[in-house]
Each structure stands twice: as C-alpha cells, then as structure tokens.
Design a protein around this ligand. Structure first.
Ligand SMILES: [Zn+2]
Length: 540
C-alpha cells in the first residue's frame, strides 16, 4: 500500500455500479505525526452507495450505525488543514461495539442460556465487533469525502470473527435479517415500558428510532412490534432475575451498563463491593444543578434491611425538587472507600465541565465521613435534621396513642435539639424527658435503645456544622420516602436483599422522578408537621 503525507494529490475514486465496497477501492496509507490511517477519497454523493456495499459483505452481512457524529457550519473556520472535516461520522458495525453475547460474560451459576429461541435475534445483542470506519466530508472540498478505515475485519477484541457465516456461533436463519436495535433505543424503549406508557406509543417511538438506520418496510414494523411486545413481557415477568447468584449478576449488569457506571469495584477478600451508578441524564443534571449549588446525600437508605445499603446523591432543581444524580451501592463507609468513589465521580463531572464546583455538601448522618467530602469537593459540609426528626415522629405516632402527648413529646425533643445552641445541659434535659413521659413505656424504650447511646454524638456534630434549609431537608425526605414506597411495595417479591433488582428499579426511578416532580412530595404533610416544631436555621 502506498504511503502519502497529504491528501492534496490523492485521486478521487468513483467505482461504477449501484453500490460498491472497500474492496472496490484502492487504499493508501495517510501518515501524520500521530498516526497512520488507511484512506480513500470518494465523491460525497457516493457515501450511501459505499455504506450499502459495506453492509452486503458476503462473509459478514451487517448494518453500520453512526456511533459518533460532528458537524461544523460552512465558513466557520478561518484556517484549516486540507483534511479538516465539515461533517464527521464514525460508522460502527452494528454487531458492536459492546459485547452482550457469549464471551461477554457468561453467568457462572447458570449452565444453560435463557431465551435460547432468541438466538436468531443475534444482532439485538451486540457481539463486540470492532469493525468501524470514518466518513469525513472535507471542509475545503465539501463535494468530497475522505474514508478512513480503522478496522476492516469483523472481529471482536480477541480477534475472532464474531458474526456472519464464518462465526461459529451464528445460528438461526433470521440472524442477518432482524433489524439491529442499539442499546440507547433499547434503553429508551425499556424505560417507556417501565413507566407504563401504552404499547402503541412505545412502539411508535421504537420504530422511529430503528428507522434511523434500517429504512422502513412492513417487515421491519412487524419485527419491531414483536420486539416491543416481547420486551414488555420480559419486563413484566421479571425485571430483576438476572441470575440467582447476586454478585455474578451485578458483574454482568456492570458489564452491560458501562456507560452508566462511574465507579465499580468487585467484592474481594479485603475490599467490599462498591458500585457507583450515574446515567448520562444524571451526569447532565449534576453538572447543571450541582454547579455552585448544594449536593446532598441521602446516605442511609436500607441500612437495616438491605444487604447493600444505598446512598443517593441529590441536587436541587430550580423548584427545589431533589433529583437523584448518582447512586452508590456499598456496605462500606470507611474513609478510603468513600474517598475513592467520590473522587471518581468528581473526575467524571470535571471531565465534562472542568470548572464545576459544589458550594456545599449536605449530609444526614452523624456517622458519615466528613473528611473525604472536604478533601474531594473542597466545600463546606452542612447537616440536615430530616432523618432524626422523621425517625422520632414516626415512632411517636406509632407508640403513643394520645395526640396531645405526641405533640408534647415531639416539642420537647425539638427543644433538646435546638437547646444545644443555648447552653442547655443535655444530661439534665434528657433525664427530665425520661421522667416526664415515664408512662409512655413503648416510646421511651425505643428512645433509650436507639438514641441515648448516640444522641450526644449527633448533637455535637449539629453544633459544629451549619444546618440545611427546610426546603432542602424536605426535598431529601420526599425523595427518600418516594424511593421507599417504591422499593418496599414490591417487597413481597423477597427481593430486598437483591442488589441487581434494585439497580433495575433505580434506573427506572431516575427517569420517573425526573418526569413527575409532583411525585416528589408525598410526605409534605409529615414534613410540615415536623417543621412546625423546629426553629429555622438556614445556612447561608
Ligand atoms: Zn461486524
């Protein structure tokens, strides 16, 4: 192959025939300081003919989808190189880039494959194909396109042919005809089904999505409708039974959802599991609403009931609604573990917006690690009382029957909390409380067991940190309650211990919460009741 250093003298090729493929072109190597690419120059209006030709590769019939694209307006550049782009499109074989098939992670505890009948639908699950090329419409000569072939073979990372008749695993007569569904559309379709949107609307959106690269004909529509129906059935039947082996299931989930994970560390002998989830949508919200604003942690979800408790990071939108922008599933609150995922999250945000900065970090647990927050986010830490108040109120209502007494106890607890700034003697105040309500045995038992051992630590921390605003506290609580209702609603499934199930639910929740802000305030009644008894101390 010839080696050239500039495309100036490269000959334009226009093979005859309706369509043509890479084998019909003479390729040369274009060498620059950084790289050496296989290139060919063709007329812009023959791009479609080339792509169709590449799709009808006898050995590996496939489709190509646009994995990445960029455009710049004509006349926007004053100076440019002769191979600068006007339009840039990276086409990827639709059996890649991700690998969802065998070798992409087989579950150790499952010897058989689920949906074996579905094997013909191979293109729906990507096979890790690395075949890809770039179509670069030239800025200097818009009637021409520079083709750059990065990987011409249809092989996976390991170098094996991964689809087509030469792929030993390709079984089923329909394998090459079923329209490819990329993971984004798949995700969107799934979310819509989860949200309970009527099937015909889901289908319409779905078809719209796949037609971007497979044209429209009745066959495509029939297949798409079958696909949506099937997906709906699968979701209905089991959204979470990825595998019986929970940890293997997380591993598989993580493998399949790399784009939504900002940190993942598998369980090992000395290190506990940490899984940090953040979808693209959440990343954008974090950048938008978290910059020069408060980030809050609902850090205590499922601390008693779940094998892996859940921490949610929240931001507040312009209407003070709490939006979940990251979920961390782990049992560990050890300093190095917290520091490692926080840093990873911040790196991710800063990779998009390097000047991103939080103005404060709100915590709701006195046992939380404050140092990693200060070190990573370099901002003040604030404290929210919602969790303490909520816990007290719930138990008062449950354990004391008389409304007057309920009110009185709650008022006294409020006085104790806010007394710390007035030089109150905590020991005396607590003793008086226990004496005055000695007949409320059930509540006092709870208070003694759950709070006496740690109340001093909580109050000490409250004293040293500024308190969060009521709005922020209310919004966090609302989020927490909403999540809880959703989660424990399904608890008859016996799934509370299962992390993979929760992941599925969370992804669904992220979308739902973003769409229905009204759902965020189911507990406002309780919140306002709580707030009546507390003096407002808003942090600046
Ligand atoms: Zn391929």
């Amino acid at each position: 192959m010839d080696v050239i250093e500039s495309i100036d003298n490269l000959q334009v090729q226009d093979p005859p025939g309706e369509d043509f493929c890479s084998a019909d072109l003479d390729w040369v190597k274009l060498r620059s300081a950084e790289r050496c690419d296989d290139v060919a120059l063709i007329p812009y209006d023959r791009v479609d003919a080339f792509i169709i030709g590449e799709c009808s590769n006898v050995e590996c019939p496939t489709r190509f989808h646009i994995e990445r694209g960029r455009k710049r307006p004509k006349g926007s550049l004053k100076e440019y190189k002769n191979d600068e782009y006007l339009e840039y499109r990276l086409y990827w074989c639709s059996f890649g880039p991700e690998n969802y098939g065998e070798g992409g992670g087989t579950l150790p505890s499952r010897r058989y494959r689920l949906n074996t009948r579905n094997r013909a639908a191979r293109p729906q699950s990507m096979r890790g194909c690395t075949c890809n090329f770039v179509v670069k419409r030239l800025y200097a000569r818009p009637s021409l396109v520079l083709l750059i072939y990065n990987e011409r073979r249809h092989v996976n990372k390991a170098g094996f042919v991964c689809h087509g008749p030469l792929d030993k695993d390709a079984i089923g007569p329909g394998a090459k005809k079923i329209p490819y569904v990329c993971s984004e559309i798949q995700q969107q379709t799934m979310s819509m089904i989860y949200l309970g949107i009527p099937e015909e609307n889901v289908l319409e959106k779905h078809i719209e999505g796949i037609q971007r690269y497979c044209g429209s004909d009745p066959k495509v529509k029939t297949l798409a409708s079958q696909y949506v129906q099937k997906l709906g059935m699968i979701i209905k039947r089991s959204t979470h039974e990825l595998d019986l082996d929970d940890e293997a299931s997380i591993r598989l989930w993580a493998e399949r959802n790399k784009k939504s994970i900002f940190f993942y560390r598998d369980t090992s002998e000395n290190e506990p599991l940490i899984l940090g989830i953040q979808t693209e949508w959440q990343l954008q919200q974090m950048i938008r609403f978290g910059h020069r604003n408060i980030i809050a942690a609902d850090s205590t979800f499922g601390i008693k009931r779940l094998k892996y408790p859940l921490c949610t990071l929240l931001v507040f939108d312009s209407r003070e609604h709490a939006l979940p922008v990251a979920w961390i599933i782990t049992r560990s609150i050890a300093k190095p573990d917290v520091a490692i995922w926080m840093k990873s999250l911040l790196d991710r945000v800063r990779s998009v917006n390097s000047g991103w900065k939080a103005s404060g970090f709100l915590i709701d647990d006195a046992a939380a690690q404050i140092e990693p927050i200060r070190e990573t986010f370099s901002c003040p830490v604030l404290f929210s009382l919602w969790r303490v108040r909520r816990s007290w109120l719930r138990h008062i209502v449950k354990k004391c029957t008389n409304i007057e007494v309920q009110r009185e106890i709650f008022k006294r607890l409020g006085q104790i909390v806010y007394g710390i700034w007035g030089g109150m003697d905590l020991a005396v105040a607590l003793e008086e409380l226990l004496l005055d309500f000695v007949d409320q045995t059930s509540f006092m038992q709870y208070f003694r067991d759950s709070w006496l051992p740690k109340i001093e630590m909580w109050l000490e921390l409250m004293k040293t940190l500024p308190l969060a605003s009521q709005e922020a506290s209310g919004a966090i609580e609302a989020y927490h309650v909403k999540l809880k209702t959703k989660l424990y609603d399904d608890s008859h499934l016996g799934s509370l211990q299962r992390v993979d199930w929760r992941i599925t639910l969370l992804r669904h929740q992220g979308i739902e919460l973003s769409k229905s802000p009204t759902l965020l305030f189911p507990s406002m009644k309780m919140t306002s009741f709580l707030l009546k008894y507390s003096v407002r101390r808003t942090a600046a």
